[in-house]
Design a protein around this ligand. Sequence first.
Ligand code: PMP
Length: 390
Amino acid sequence: MKERTDVLRELAELGRLRDFRPLAGRAGARVMMDGKSLLNLSSNDYLGIGGDDEMLARFYAEMDDTSRMESFAPGSTSSRLLSGDNIVAHRLESRLAECYGAEAALLFNSGYHINIGILPALFGRQDLILSDKLNHASIVDGTRLSQATLKRYRHLDYAQLRSLLEKYRGEAERVVIVSESVFSMDGDVADIAELVRLKKEFDCELYLDEAHAFGLFGKSGLGKAVECGLAGEIDFLVGVFGKSLASMGSFVVCSRQLRDLLVNSARSLIFTTALPPVIIRWNLFAFEQMMQMDGPRAHLQSLAAALRDDLREQGLHTDGETSIVPVIIGEDAETVRLAERMREAGFLLFPVRPPTVPVGTSRFRISLTAGMQWEDLQALPGLIAEEVRR
Ligand code: PMP
């Protein structure tokens, strides 16, 4: 048996030991850490809503003696199936369904809860799950909790997905293809049209996690499936509120029947305290604002394009096409060292290491927000390149 101290020592030797770093204070895209103001390049606050004090003030201005307990309370005190349900949750679900042109929507407490909840609830022993190899850890955990057979296809390799379908479709009752639309660590994008073609040809269901696309792409920021005009073909369209809406929680847009089944079987929905009323009310408020934010969406994409160009000009290895801009360094310990140097220089970056990303691809995941300007970023590519050469 390996001693626990050895586990920690080995992680440290590999440059993979992790710990928390408390932040104090926040203003726009900047945060305070260890008494220093840093540009926050490590949040998922893509639209800058989390740093928007004026929007927060408008939200709380709606609070009065009547609404305080009804929809600003910090806790729901029960599972949604008991006394934790709230009228605002129904309003938010109806509005989501309406905006996506779908029959129904259902809230969960987080993206993690939704991905570990839906797959085991609806796919069992006779079924098959086909999952992109770079899908998020919460999807991986959902596939592990499910009794269904799991086959993983190489990242974005739809020829391999097709051959898995040709080989195994006949043996399974239900089959679901699971993919992110924008991938969290590389900022690259799934071919949704191809996924829909395969789903139809092989009579499968399609599960699309839009965690990093919701708020950013498509009409009113509703995501990549809407951008492609294919939202109606997605059986489980998942979005989260923790990123672009700077809040907490998640939703699935689906048929009325799937919603009813999930309410009766998704353990991560049934056996947990429902989201607090204040969070649900914020999610509805911020969702309405988000749909109007075409200006910040366009600004964010142009910032990302400029940063990618500059990183490449400096000879650095980047990828993807969204506001998640990876800089692949490779070595774990070197990535840790570089991240420390960037923090000293005023940029809040953390090393992303295995197991979050494949071995040998440790990186920075530069996450831009619409609250930033090019002047905030322009020194960064040169600084990283200089340190890499050192
Ligand atoms: N899905 C994806 C693709 C994610 O990247 C994440 C979080 N990074 C989640 C789900 C989990 O969402 P949450 O933080 O709301 O649990």
